[in-house]
Design a protein around this ligand. Sequence first.
Ligand SMILES: Nc1ncnc2c1ncn2[C@@H]1O[C@H](COP(=O)(O)OP(=O)(O)OP(=O)(O)O)[C@@H](O)[C@H]1O
Length: 262
Amino acid sequence: MIQVENLHKHFGGFHAVDGATLHIAEKSITGLIGPNGAGKTTLFNVIAGVLKPTSGKVLMAGEDITGLEPHELFDKGLLRTFQIAHEFASMTVRENLMMVPPGQSGENLWSTWFHRARIAQEEATLRRKADEVLEFLTIDHIADEKAGNISGGQKKLLELGRTMMTDARIVFLDEVGAGVNRTLLNTIADAIVRLNQERGYTFVVIEHDMDFIGRICDPVICMAEGKVLAEGSLDEIKANEQVIEAYLGTGLKNKVTAGAGA
Ligand SMILES: Nc1ncnc2c1ncn2[C@@H]1O[C@H](COP(=O)(O)OP(=O)(O)OP(=O)(O)O)[C@@H](O)[C@H]1O
């Protein structure tokens, strides 16, 4: 579905992404792992239009989407989640969802917000959809909470919920598990798997928690120093000498060589 060909992203003389080539299969939940500084987030940001590549290509279903703006990619169903913006913290969880009507690009959110007549017209439909999303994610009990007051894990679920208000087909999730308790992490994992199986979402997930990766991701792609080192099941990745070498000395070695996915 997404083909990345010899992608480079340089910051001055520093090659954060240094010739990455990879394929993300349609309807997969692809895990992207690698030691700190491997270039995972930079790669995400280039694919999702947040950063322009230095060189290389990104294709989506054969179409060249290299360097498109995030709102153009959004219209094609490709988006990466972002933390709930500061401005939305004082709105309720349900209102945060209702701010993201299908086919509505991020750039237009504010203009929509100011055109309250249009909001009013669509409100009933949006509210119903938002409530369905909250129920799907099992966070309907916090619908009326201010988004700024909910826990880190609930915020992650809300980020996921925002994608469900759109016509998303492929969603990039960066470090979903950071600072999230185990129970909510399980809820997030379940939601990702259900969205994948029941609604045909494709996911690309960056995560350092190998249990989480092992539980939901196949295949797993390992990056190091801006390049793709290996791709396969987590067990295959864990047995790969180059991968083990890349993790040596990072403190993550034990995480990649033990436990997860086994
Ligand atoms: N805007 C920037 N300017 C200069 N260097 C940058 C910039 N963004 C990222 N880098 C550098 O590029 C390298 C790759 O960073 P990136 O965040 O993509 O890695 P990562 O694999 O996501 O790491 P982590 O797992 O720690 O989040 C790092 O050395 C980082 O310092």
